[in-house]
Design a protein around this ligand. Structure first.
Ligand SMILES: [Zn+2]
Length: 337
């Protein structure tokens, strides 16, 4: 044991688990990544899904400490971010359909494994907390974060407090209905923001545009499976090559996100909106001006004045670092379990 203090943050995602160690200044000194489910893994069928995930989280915890070359005794606390609403008073993951998990007491189970104080929260909440304390949101008090990936997640902070809502579902802007009778969303409803503007929405739009069988897109060569899933870099490549279908789809996505930002400005009067996630980060120069233009155009007169609309600054680290750093700050000690 040394006199140094370190904090561990773990981002449990649908495809990968990503862990970091942060030092006392909020600097990431090591990371470690592994797949959430191994491709040859049959264990999920024979054992409990929760047990398997706890095993992997514990494994990541030990591996990232090893990568950092530090003494485990110097780890002060562990923050865990999960793709679910979370009852933070119990460290209870409520429902994560992608992982087959429901009502899992993550904090209790991870405390048994590590012996450290634990905090568990929703992944987007922790991502925006990271941006608020260490990234693009530094210096602002009242911010909203919007992460655009396959879907769209949101998080909301007022005066340093993460607003979680009475049922721990506040900030879920991805399922705000933007178009009545619009594209089908994974949540079961239609016309949600993410079904129009998330990567799912971009694919939906391009499928519709090429449904006549005559309209072609470069994606057919660049990413032949694009109808199932497509990488942000493939979209960026086709956009740069002036592919009409991709250009229209990206512009539509950016425009819709801009309108969602206008709705946020109108509803809650935020000081800054931070926009992150793989798709936007890959094409920041394309997305940000269109988002900003539409946020101004569609908000009430004067509403957008002085409101900063900024790209996220922490990249892949935001969620795990946000979770680690949440546990590090004195004002949050009361939340540790
Ligand atoms: Zn939805």
């Amino acid at each position: 044991m040394s006199d140094k203090k370190y904090y561990c943050g773990i981002d449990l995602g649908g495809t990968k688990i990503y862990a970091v160690i942060a030092d006392e200044n909020g600097q990431v000194i090591a990371n470690y990544k592994q797949k959430t489910k191994k491709s040859d893994d049959k264990s999920d069928q024979t054992t409990n899904a929760a047990e398997t995930i706890i095993g992997r989280l514990t494994d990541c915890y030990h591996k990232v400490i090893e990568n950092a070359g530090i003494d485990e005794d110097d780890i002060q606390s562990v923050g865990i971010a999960v793709p679910s609403s979370v009852d933070i008073t119990k460290g209870l993951l409520k429902y994560a359909p992608n992982l087959g998990l429901e009502n899992v007491p993550i904090a209790k189970l991870m405390k048994e494994q590590t012996g450290k104080p634990i905090f568990v929260d929703n992944d987007v909440n922790m991502g925006i907390y990271g941006e608020y304390t260490l990234g693009a949101g530094k210096g602002y008090k009242h911010i909203y974060g919007l992460f655009v990936g396959t879907g769209i997640g949101g998080g909301y902070i007022v005066n340093g407090e993460v607003i979680r809502g009475v049922n721990y579902t506040a900030g879920e802007i991805g399922h705000m209905v933007m178009k009545i009778g619009g594209p089908q969303c994974n949540c079961g409803r239609q016309g949600c923001l993410e079904a129009i503007a998330g990567k799912i929405g971009i694919i939906n739009y391009m499928k519709k545009k090429t449904a006549d069988g005559k309209t072609k897109t470069m994606l057919d060569e660049v990413a032949p499976n694009w109808r199932q899933s497509v990488g942000s870099s493939a979209l960026s490549k086709c956009y740069e090559a002036k592919d009409k279908v991709v250009r229209k789809a990206i512009k539509k996505s950016a425009e819709t996100i801009g309108i969602a930002c206008a709705n946020l400005i109108n509803a809650i009067g935020v000081e800054a909106i931070i926009i992150g996630g793989g798709v936007v980060e890959e094409m920041e120069d394309i997305f940000m001006p269109i988002i900003t233009e539409n946020a101004k155009k569609y908000s009430i007169a004067g509403g957008a004045e002085g409101v900063a609309i900024l790209p996220a600054a922490l990249g892949d680290n935001s969620v795990a670092l946000g979770a680690a750093w949440f546990t590090a700050l004195p004002e949050n000690k009361k939340f540790l379990l």
